[in-house]
Design a binder for this molecule. Sequence first.
Ligand SMILES: Cc1cc2nc3c(=O)[nH]c(=O)nc-3n(C[C@H](O)[C@H](O)[C@H](O)COP(=O)(O)OP(=O)(O)OC[C@H]3O[C@@H](n4cnc5c(N)ncnc54)[C@H](O)[C@@H]3O)c2cc1C
Length: 304
Amino acid sequence: MEQHVDVAIIGGGPAGVNAALVLGRARKSVVVIDEGRPRNRVTRESHGLLSRDGISPRELRRIAMEQIKAYPAVQFVKDTAVTITGTDGDFQITTAQATTYRSKKLLFAVGMKDLPLNIDGLTDVYGTSAFICPYCDGWELRDQPLVLIVHGEKAIHLAKSLAGWTDQYTICTNGPDEWTNEQREEIKQHNIPAFDAAIQRIESSDGMAQSVVLEDGTVIPCTGIFFAPKLVTGSDLPQALGCQTTEAGIVIVDEFGKTNVPGIYSAGDVASEMHLVVTAASLGALAGVSINGELLSEVWNSKN
Ligand SMILES: Cc1cc2nc3c(=O)[nH]c(=O)nc-3n(C[C@H](O)[C@H](O)[C@H](O)COP(=O)(O)OP(=O)(O)OC[C@H]3O[C@@H](n4cnc5c(N)ncnc54)[C@H](O)[C@@H]3O)c2cc1C
């Protein structure tokens, strides 16, 4: 059986949920298809969102879902969008559970995926004392001895950012540092200890990092870790439909969240270089407004 809606939203993280809220209030029928693997699911606390600083991602979602119940034309389904065909005005979305939805417009809010590094012990601390973004979790680790697991240009960037939160940190490049001579000199000038030996393991207790142990026997005590995971797109569907992306897999959108493909919008981490809950939610709201505007214009113009 097929279900017809005005808008299908693929992905129900902060971007997709905020878009659904805006569209539901604008009296549009919406299906949000979400497989339920939001990027921050490893964390207990989400920071930096006004009025909700420190809230658990799960609780934030619970409140949002409770409030969205007021808008009955918004439907959430736990499923994965597998294939999408069609064009502006009539997209067909088939899910893993073999349901088909037809929608006039599409919004990709599929997020990005962090592929944690293959380091023994990292998953034990990821989300508890090992993080990826100082703006999200730097305050909790302020003035503490930290290890940054990162190499190349990103290491310089992370070292510079983290200096605002602590001055006690060590860089482990876990293999060749991939720095230019100038970058190596920069790290030296800032008196940041840097090691390029491979990491053997991360020692921890109850998720709290205690030390990083290198293959050459060096033990670096620490209470927290920041690392740079490999970031990949949350879904290949935007590319499959012809949406232009950057090399990093970010969907290219205009200032209204519109992609190059008519009828297709994108919002949240997958459509922005800035990865925060508040940004994802605001881009979702913006896309919701833009989609509603386009739907209203189509009806209006058809009567001219
Ligand atoms: C460890 C960590 C800690 C963080 N801490 C903070 C913090 O403290 N404060 C902050 O502001 N930000 C934080 N962030 C960033 C924040 O998690 C993201 O910016 C935010 O989740 C992006 O929202 P989104 O809606 O774009 O994507 P997501 O929240 O990732 O949601 C995307 C959803 O789309 C679903 N999806 C993907 N493909 C499909 C498909 N084909 N079919 C159906 N569903 C699909 C996914 O399963 C997922 O549920 C953190 C991130 C990480 C990794």
